[in-house]
Write a protein that binds this ligand. Sequence first.
Ligand SMILES: [Zn+2]
Length: 471
Amino acid sequence: MALRLFNTLSRSTQEFVPLDPAGRRVGLYCCGPTVHDFAHIGNFRTFVFADLVRRHLQFKGFDVRHVMNITDVEDKIIRRVAETKMSLKEYTRQYEAAFFEDFQALSCLSPHQTPHATEHIADIIGLIQKLADRGLAYRAADGSVYFSIEKYRAGGARYGQLVNLNFDEMRPGERVASDEYAKESAADFALWKARAAADGAVFWPSPWGEGRPGWHIECSAMSMKMLGSSFDLHLGGEDLIFPHHEDEIAQSEGAGAQEGGRPFVKYWMHGAYLLVEGKKMSKSLGNFFTLRDLLRQGFTGREIRCALLTAHYRESFNFTLDGLRGARAALARLDECLAKLREKAGGATSAPEGELVGKFSAALDEDFNISGAWGAVFDWVRENNRLMGSGEATPARAAAALAAWEKINSVLALGRAEDSEVPAELQALLEDRQAARKARDFKRADVLRDELKTRGWVIEDTPKGARLKKV
Ligand SMILES: [Zn+2]
């Protein structure tokens, strides 16, 4: 069955047909993290969504090339670097490492390439030069180089492909230097920012003097370098539609590298935002969660991934701790069914039964209808429980069911129950508790046991020693 997806560019659901004439290779770019701090759960909603898209394309037999940039120079990072007095590299490296730890905890497949902006300064300068040669970039009095929306439009190009912009109020030559700016305020944006005192040691030489790239040009330069000047899929959070993605189109198409009227990107997909406990996430409201905050509370990456996969990617999602506990319960039901199937199957092997695979895949083919996909999974759980309860299940049938599960789990990537490891911090608490017992400090041992319990884990004594088990 053909995959259909909602393309922000056409504002409609379209059949996915790759640019590759053989229909096999797919180029996928997803805007990666700005490594200025630990990524929060809203950021990870986007990355889990991108992972679902990639895995489903692979499941359908496409040969996906996945690129995700690392933004390691931009306004926020520079501010933090100045505050901490660290070097740019030292500062960003720690958050990049933390990001990939979190990324893996959520079972997201590693992109094939993760280019860093600071390692592609020459490519970025080359792209700005092309825009300058075509009369679309100019140096302003502040020494920075800007993209001219007026010139771009005068050449017949359309600025405002992803959003409708009102140009009536736009004054020609109005400029914005900062990387992030208000919606609908179309203005010339910075491609190269002239070195300022606040930048400290963060600057590179360029034909326009010392400075650093703007954020938007980073993605245009790196995506086209890795995937070609025209590629299939560009993903990101909906907050990036304007100005970031609109500016990416203007820069990339403005440079004119595409052949035969091809667009820079054929399909744009955007994940909706995430609320936490019904509100916009904010540190002052106490509903701001990084992935590590949740792992520290005893939730596993598997449970968090499952929770993030409950809502359709284009619907705003209310992330709650109750929802996470719901995901834990749903996984427990699934795991119980799988354990029974494994027991029944014994060593039997079989080809996957078609019904689950067919329904699951058909649901995802409809613009990643994850609710339909879950519906197929839980109908299957119910049916298998019924068959096993009534004694109708045979080892061959159980093996076929398991093989079907393995197949769709290559897309869901929920691993196996026994893979869900005890978070290192809780394991350390358990060891402290054992040490306290050994030292006959029972008061402290009890405090640690209670601490583990409030985080959702109980201590189980086994012949191999104490271990933690989920409540
Ligand atoms: Zn980007």
